[in-house]
Design a protein around this ligand. Sequence first.
Ligand code: MN
Length: 245
Amino acid sequence: MKILVSNDDGYLAPGIIALVDALRPIAEIVVVAPDSNRSGSSNSLTLDRPLSVYRAENGFYFVNGTPSDCVHVALTGGLAFKPDLIVSGINQGQNMGDDTLYSGTVAAATEGFLFGIPAIAFSQVEKGWAHVDDAARVAREFVERHFELLPKPYLLNVNIPNLPYERIRGTRPTRLGKRHESEPVIKTQDPHGREIFWIGPAGRAKDAGEGTDFHAVAGGYVSVTPLQIDLTHNAQLDMLKMGLS
Ligand code: MN
């Protein structure tokens, strides 16, 4: 099996290094990841300047672009082969509910999915890399056991609690929960006294009920949500058809 690995925390992040170490025994791995932390970059592609691909000493390729750029370049001319699977992560911090719209981790996987390749995004629930090697073991075992589980291509969003391997209680299929609105922007001043703004944190969980990703990880389970890209609101489409006819 050939796996293309990317992330949004950058090619030096502990999460991608742990993930690659865990996957190497079961697959041929190529890493193409951003040169710096591009968390929150969603599915953006860089169109206003060219991209460069560099090779690090450990063999990882890194790109001065977004996670989507990395996978896009790899799949449309960078790689000499078509990977069997795209794996993104392991992200520092959860990507649950509405996070999936902003996440560069999910976006790297999505880019592969759009090219017809099965793709899995892995995130650790808490920031700080606690138990990242345990999370990487969970990721490898998930790939080993469930690569053939769904019709291809599929797009899976996996969130892993920061627990020692033995204390993870199992794996739960989930739907995305929902968050409250984001926290307010953080207003401060630059050294010249001008007002500047930092985007505030994501909102707290609003729909974290039974069956959601939030609920699964709170209970110590690995959450696995199958995603799709079609944003059409079919009920409203029917209403529009009636209203506009
Ligand atoms: Mn990230």
